[in-house]
Every structure is written in C-alpha cells, then in structure tokens.
Design a protein around this ligand. Sequence first.
Ligand code: CTP
Length: 408
Amino acid sequence: MLRLLRDPYLIPSEKQTLLSDIAAEAESLRMPCYLVGGCVRDLLLGRPIKDLDVIVEGDAVAFAARLVEVYGGRQTSHFKFRTAFWHVPDSDHVVDIITARSETYEKPGALPTVKPSTIEDDLRRRDFTVNAIALRVDGKGLGEILDPLGGRADLERGVIRILHPNSFIDDPTRIFRAIRYEVRYGFDIEPETLNSMNREALKVLESLSGERLRNELDLILDENESAKMLMRLAGLGILESIHPKMPEFTQDYADYLEMDAHLDVAADRRVMGFILWFIDLSEEEIFLLVNRLDFSNELSLAVWAGAQLKRSLPHLTGAKPSEWAYALEKLPLLSIYAVYLVTRENALLSYISIWRHVRARTTGEDLKKLGLAPGPRLGEVLNRLRAAWLDGEVTTEFEERDLLAKLV
Ligand code: CTP
C-alpha cells in the first residue's frame, strides 16, 4: 500500500506533502488517522484520487485547528457532526476531515443521528463495501488497510454491494450512488443489493426533498457516462418514483452533453443535461418537474425555453433573420444551442454565431443628437435599423444613413 501512497500519478506531489503533514500532526496528537471512502477506492483501482478524505479517531474539529496553528490556512467546521474542512494556505486545496462516528437513522430518509465512535463503526455506517475501506496514514500503522466488510474483494470482483438490507431505506440517495459507481467503473450491482431497491425503498425516495434528489441528478450529469446512468435509472423504474411524469433520457441526445467549445456559449453540463432531458415535455409537465426538483428560476427558465423553442420551431421555419432574432433574443443561449443540436435547424446556429452580434451602426446617442427624445420610439428606430442589417436590406453605413433619413 505504501507504493500506492507514493505514486505521483495516483496522488500528485502537493497532495502527498499535505498528507505527510497531516500524518505527522496526527502522530504527535496520538490520533489514529486514515484515508477513507472514495479516495481509497480509487487508489486501489489505480485511479488518480480527487480529494483527500481524512478520518480521525478523535475530534476532527480540534485536529483541523491544530493543522491551522502549525501550517496556517483556515478551517470551517460543522460542530454537530464534528467534521471540518482545512483550507490549505496559498492553494485551493481543501481537506475534508471527519471524526470517526456511528450513525442511526431515526426515520427512513431523514438525516442520521451521529455519535463519535471507532473507525470500524464508521466503516459500517457507509453505503457500499467498496467505499468502506480505510487506509492508515500515521505512525507505525502507515499503509495498513482496514477492510472489515470485504471491500477489496468486491473491488476485485467488480461488485457494488450494500452493507445491510435497510441501507436504501435509511438513505435512498444511495440508489443513485450505486448506479453512478456501477456505470463509472463498469461494475455490477450485486443481486441482493439490486433487490433492496424495492418498493419500500422507492416509497422513501418519493418523499425525499427536491433538493436532495436534484443534487444526485446533478452528480450524475457531471459524469462522463451520465446518459447511460440515466437510462439505467429509467430501466429500474426509479425515475417514476421521483415523479410519474419524469421522462426517460433519450439515447440520441447523449452525445450532445459534450459541448462544442468553439462556440462562445457558456457550457454547463448540468443545465444542458436538464434542457435535453425535458426538451420534449409539455409546459405543464415541465412545471410539475421543476417544482418537484426544486430548480432555481434560472434553470427552470432554461429548461422551459428549450422545450418551448423546439415546439415552436415549425412556426419559425422560413422566417427572416430579423424575425428569428426577435423570437430568440430573450431565450437563454444554452437552450437555443440545445434545440439546434437536437433539430439541426441552421437558423439557430446562425443566430448564435452571427445574428445575435449584429447591431446598427447608429447608436441611441446619435438619435438623440438628431432630436429624438429617449423613449420607445428611439428603441423602435434602432430595432428597425438592426433588422435591415440582419435581412440584408442595408449592407453599408451609407445605406443605413439613407434608411435612417426615411425613418426620422
Ligand atoms: N457515503 C455514504 N452514504 C452516502 C454518501 C456518502 O456512506 N449517502 C460515504 C461513502 O463511504 C463515500 C463517502 O461517504 O465513499 C464520501 O462520499 P462522497 O464524497 O459523496 O463520495 P466518493 O466516495 O468520494 O465518490 P465520488 O467519486 O462519486 O465523489
């Protein structure tokens, strides 16, 4: 295991330095300290780790305070769960440090009640065996693996397995996590685990807050193979438990999640994902779903605009560029781009890359100098000039001035 901890491909050198600083302080405080969860799983799979997830048998808040005292930076703490983030000085690294704890769920789907405990107990409260492996990093134990639940064997077999039959009832967000790991790593969800995604668990899922559900869908949309994950969710009948109107994600749209970076449209995989996902829904269905999933106003608008534009496309086909520009002006660019990808309507691409940038040479100031009072009329004249450029009615400044003379 020491070999993995020192591999610069798996743990870049600045993270290795951080880890040895953390380990040195843990040792001096005699606080057993481990890496745990996703980073150990990824190390064992030979994949570069994303974050350092540190767990101590002892008070993580006090431990983070010590790191700040010795190395600088700052901490943010969650006192109820005795967890802390150490914001490392002069870098954007944030280390997650938690207190080893046991958890009990008072009510299915509710957040758990926690109590400081041993590392073994902490591993037992987790979602899947492959996420319940700890790797000691301090003192003489450095490099020791703690794997009481058979996580390594499951990693080797390529299996996602819950730790106890009630796992999904306690926390149905784990259903989404299981599918994320299954597709991401090309693993299989083990049959008993699959059986536990049963009616009882889905009933609890139905009562989860929109925010928690959307957070899981966001995490899926961040993944490379998100379309495959969403299709798997549909195949298992899980989307219906979010809301009966939740559509399947269309396989044909999968490639469109990768944005074309050559266009100056701000890319956002999550927003793009939801626009594509809901693009064939009616206004009423969208209304129900954005409420269920607690979308922000901005996201709701983007999704609504995509579906609305796709529906109204037949009425716009053959319209003049100025009419296209008028119809598209108020819509989010990403929604327009999504509809272009799905329909290949060239006018949409022309709007994104050319038409939306076209302006009349004459400005509002010029019009005021010509004696036009500020107000709607002034805007109308500017729009008329712009439309003339867009539709090829004027092609030079001279022609624009000519037209202007007729207008005012
Ligand atoms: N965890 C859990 N149940 C959950 C969420 C998280 O048991 N509902 C535990 C798992 O042990 C997980 C760890 O908390 O490994 C950290 O969670 P998170 O950071 O969400 O996941 P990662 O394992 O880091 O996975 P990913 O690569 O998807 O971020």
